[in-house]
Design a protein around this ligand. Sequence first.
Ligand code: ADP
Ligand code: MG
Length: 260
Amino acid sequence: MGRILSISNQKGGVGKTTTAINLAASLASAERRTLLVDIDPQGNAGSGLGFTTADYERGTIYDVLVGEKTLDEVILDTDLRYLQLAPATPDLTGAEIELVSMEQREQRLRQALDSVRDRYDFIVIDCPPSLGLLTLNSLAACDAVVVPLQCEYYALEGLSHLVKTIGLVKQGINPELQLDGILLTMFDARVSIAHQVADEVQKHFPNQVFRTIVPRNVRLSECPSHGKPILLYDIKSKGCEAYLSLAREIMGREPQRDVA
Ligand code: ADP
Ligand code: MG
């Protein structure tokens, strides 16, 4: 059964999509059958892999969440043999509203993933920058949350809210949910605030911070406009090295690892 990871942080611009794409690609490069699921209406996970909306004529995750298509119908192959994509488009904004009146509205994604889960080793979900119904669906569906955190002054603001939300989801709809780790992103070793944020996060969340720290790396910011994961854009870059290392950390974990 595939392990389902939700890449979440209600802040925008912290590296969720970059992490979702490049973690998924790195897992796939290690021959782990991986599905990248986009539940952000901005659809950047797909565009970052070189897709445009013209490629989505079979449907998107919107159709799946509102019950008009099965997940299997909308899954696409990518340039990497072991990586597939379930794409999103701006339509998905509508789903957030339509779901409100549906039964088990926060379980729709979980139900959809159940139907394909046994075909994958990992399912990586790219979340929108909010704690609305779409993110809630992701938290309800996943085994663990990966929280990218940008190493800047206000990084910790909002983190306690996210941790509280994870706690509530765990008490309610998903008792097995784990915080699999906080991932420090866009780390710039020359900037003292970056070190302060890293130290503070380590102090507040001991044992819950990934050893891998993703550096600020211009190659990582370039690759989406080329429609490629960093692995296919610049395999020798520091950014690529970091996401391969993150993938190794995640593959090395026990499935039921308990974080105190
Ligand atoms: P989110 O999905 O949380 O909104 P993104 O992954 O889209 O965040 O990242 C926001 C911006 O920062 C994008 O332009 C992305 O290319 C860039 N970016 C992300 N991670 C890095 C990094 N490690 N180094 C440099 N730029 C990065
Ligand atoms: Mg994003």
